[in-house]
Design a protein around this ligand. Sequence first.
Ligand code: ADP
Ligand code: MG
Length: 579
Amino acid sequence: MVSLIAAGEVVERPAACVKELVENSLDAGATSVSISITGGGLDMIRVTDNGSGIEPGDLRLAFAPHATSKIGRAEELMGVATLGFRGEAIASISRVSRMSILSRRKGSDLGMQAENSGGEMGAIREAACAEGTQVQVKDLFFNAPVRKDFLKRPQRETALVAEIVQTMILARPDVAFRLMADNRQVYFSPGDGSLSGAVLSVFGVEVLKGLKEVDGAEQGAIIQGFVGVGEQARGSRAQQHFFLNGRAVRSKVLSQALEEACRHRVMIGRYPLCALHLKIPYNRVDVNVHPNKWEVRFADEGAVTAALMNAVADALQEAPLFNPPPLTLSPKAPPPASIQRREPEAVMPKPPRAMAARDSVAEKPLAAPVPEAQKPTEPEQVAHEELKRTPLNVIGVAFHTYILALHGESLLLIDQHALHERLLFDRMMARAGEKQDVQTLLTPRVMQLDYPAYQSFLAFGNDLAQAGFLAEDFGDRTVRLSGVPLALGEPLAEASFLSALDELQGQGTLKGRERLEKVILSACKHAVKGGERLPEGTLQALADEMVSSGITPTCPHGRPIVLALSRGELERRFGRIQK
Ligand code: ADP
Ligand code: MG
């Protein structure tokens, strides 16, 4: 009974069993691991590898508790959490299942098979098999009904197994994994050593295309991998995968650093996705905190989080939304003087690269950098300077919300609120920490505030002043507002001031810079709304600023600003050209 309880702790469910078996395969140097389960792993789990195999004489030993062929290696320090279970996995699993191990050492022509049922050794005999090891576990928990009752339905157990395998795939891009569940392929990774290959096999090509590559090094920490923001963000942190020196870890600090670096690119209530490998000298990592929880602590947390944030921030520092197009001007191209705002096609023989790449209705991806070959050469550069940028030609507005515009060979739908909010935010953030330009109000506003708002005015007057709000206390909950950030201007004065006060309530614990950002973010909420009627000139001015400012393609809350429909896509849809 005692041994069954202990076994239940090592292998509490099929996923834990799969994890142990696959780790054994990896320990044996396998470069290919194939996992097959049926009935959520309760009916059958089979793990086949091309690793070193087990000596015939050691096969029986593998089932014995505390039997391990592995001696502590320096890097196993990281694995202290599992040390308590050293040499326990096979013994524990065999106690609560019917298990067989089939194995052949590399270079040996003899394969051996050993069986065990509920902890009782069965026959050991010669058997034909490929080099490597195949472990099969049938009827898991057949003799531990209480444990079995605790499990979820088979589909859920399958999902948990898939989660483990997914993590393994991302942790070890150099190993080819295959997961079959009820004879259907779930994952198949190439094992070619590239993380992009691993990410592709887990998340699919569309997600991979939307991810940003991270590649940074700082103070001895190397950080490489992918992050997903905007459309790629998820509803939970389940797809935040961190690997520390090759091991999957969970860490609140790492998640926080990631989320901080991705702020304003992820919608409220959503979380960036990532697969990030950190390489940090072992002496700077504290051992795991809890067995199997994969938690980790860093000796110098600040340095690690700073390195992570910088690496991610660099990765997100993409090319601006509206790059000057990669002009390839031929001598025949119309001279700059002939540019007519109404005929952008005339000056745009080629669509901007980013749009050509997508060629469909989609969130405007971050513009791809212009490949070397397409960069203008010297004389063209001159023409380019005169031309400057592809005009963005506003042709109308739909529902008083979406600006319709032509840009080269694309029709754009621009969310006026998202755009205005982003422009305001960027303008103000650009001056955060310095003195904001202030617009003095022609007639100062004297406002009596409710008590909480008045309190936050008294407490955070400095932050407000830094953001560009000039206000004085008149006593009796009354405040005189005489200037607002120039970026916002007079029309937004009162509303933005009041929402900044609201936003600041109870934010005493925030750091100065964070408070300032909150003020700015809340002030920017008063950007023009969707549904608000704007004069044509304003629409064009907004669009022009979008082109010239090189903004991030999402509003500060992470929602997309632009959808692009390429001419090619239209022509396909109308059947003008073949697919
Ligand atoms: P541990 O992994 O801690 O040594 P296990 O109970 O998981 O303990 O495995 C016991 C032993 O069985 C291992 O030390 C190893 O010698 C052998 N073994 C298990 N699985 C494999 C495998 N896939 N390939 C080679 N040897 C294996
Ligand atoms: Mg093991």
